[in-house]
Design a protein around this ligand. Sequence first.
Ligand code: FYN
Length: 584
Amino acid sequence: MATAEKTKIEDNVVHLDPAAEQELTDGFHLVIDALKLNGIETIYGVPGIPITDLGRMAQEEGIRVISFRHEQNAGNAAAIAGFLTKKPGVCLTVSAPGFLNGLTALANATTNCFPMILISGSSEREIVDLQQGDYEEMDQLAIAKPLCKAAFRVLHAADIGIGVARAIRAAVSGRPGGVYLDLPAKLFSQAMDAEAGAKSLVKVIDAAPAQIPSPAAVDRAIDLLKGAKKPLIILGKGAAYAQADEEIRAFVENSGIPFLPMSMAKGLLPDTHPQSAGAARSTALKDADVVLLVGARLNWLLSHGKGKTWGDKPKQFIQVDIEPREMDSNVEIKAPLVGDIGSVIAALNARIDGSWQAPPAEWVETIRSKKEANIAKMAPKLLKNSVPMDFHSALGALKNVIKERPDAILVNEGANTLDLARGIIDMHQPRKRLDVGTWGVMGIGMGFAVGAAVETGKPVLAVEGDSAFGFSGMEVETICRYDLPVTIVIFNNNGIYRGTDTDPTGRDPGTTVFVPGARYDKMMEAFGGVGVHVTSPDELYRAVSAAMDSGKPTLINAVIDPAAGSESGNIGSLNPQSVVKKKK
Ligand SMILES: CC(C)(COP(=O)(O)OP(=O)(O)OC[C@H]1O[C@@H](n2cnc3c(N)ncnc32)[C@H](O)[C@@H]1OP(=O)(O)O)[C@@H](O)C(=O)NCCC(=O)NCCSC=O
């Protein structure tokens, strides 16, 4: 804040009266005030030109600013903050390269329907548009547009309030997603009369309005469910995002229908719930006749609603989604239920009355017995106290850790580490499992861990494949610097999928292997965190329990048999196979 008297203002868009004693504000302060007015309490980012002072001033004004080592990780933290809080997570970056680094996270947030705003400083329009070679010159708005839900640029300080409001509303209304907000460097130092500046700010009212489903759509869905012999509910991460936990639980329990949670919907109802069909996935998908999708899309993770996964019996789909265009995207949706999940499930709950009949006992029993058989088959593998560990025995130890700390947050990425942890580690509460989502992207690990710890204050356990960890590993310094209650477990099998690949020519290491016997725990010690090296499930259980109880940043290097695990990720037919036979 300054006064106009004696202040020399260049490139100013507002004409000030230099004779009058006048309180001033500027672009920096207006951005901060606009965010604060709309309840943004944290910014994730990487400082640098031209936004270094914006970060400093935001901190001074009471916003928490978490500085990362790489923008992609800051972006992932912002994205998961959006998922956990239903408020847009904000990521702040420098221009061109920093912006591009953050863009991957923004695109991933959009794909996963997480509300997020990427704010990047940018170079001057006059120079960029004539391509005259400005510092970090790039037409960032044009590049961001196809990769996010909406993109805006603010050129005048007086428009900052509107720009921030538009970004917030776009991020959280309807189907949430990523929004880009471009702030050219010159904007930050534009001066403006403080009173006019304050008046230009906009508080977003009812940013994500409820969308009530039509009564006819509810009737259609209820009729289908009532006629079903083998109904199934599939819960997606949209259902977890909705924070309609009680409504969803009541609907599942009062309807008596088995439910199958997608990965990040695990815990919405506990995985140990008697109606969970998680451990009878194939049977549930193949045999169901009416499938109610709640915040789950029929994308590759559900084999597009057709083919072998779904068997040869006819299916009828009911789909709950806030986005009307989601309907019929892969197969015909017999009963589209467009609305926000809380409102739709409340409307369905109102229809579970005395006339409702639980699903046929035979169907419930089919799911139950298949589930118990799968669980029984897996149980001995989880109990082995083998050295070296395999994935099952190591995950058996972590399953117990989470069982004893049901409110801890589990971050999970990798190939085998992801696929097996998803089934083995039961989740007990909503929004406690955060993973690679719709893209199956590697690199979310440390960003999600930081975002989850900062937003919730809960202990975080990040279970990472050694390859996956590499994409964001430098953020262990960030975790130590902010002293966050994050425990990282690296499943170290010396490579991607396995650590046994070789180069047939003998020239180089195999394409999927890493330095054998690497000690990731030493990385943590370099920054003052706790590093632990373990080789058995018992040691692993003890080390993770102690770390989570202490709340100290800890990295546990868990040695896994390099030959354990599958040769490729669990993405089935998406893995191409060569048609050319190898020459002998
Ligand atoms: C596509 C999928 C949704 C579906 O995979 P599926 O193998 O069909 O199902 P999963 O859920 O993994 O379950 C596998 C089997 O384990 C059973 N299952 C599940 N939970 C349990 C428990 N608790 N106990 C025993 N058995 C269990 C389940 O019923 C299946 O058996 P049956 O019912 O007998 O079949 C999933 O693989 C997935 O999310 N993939 C994403 C992978 C990804 O993003 N990778 C990133 C790329 S990594 C780079 O490579």
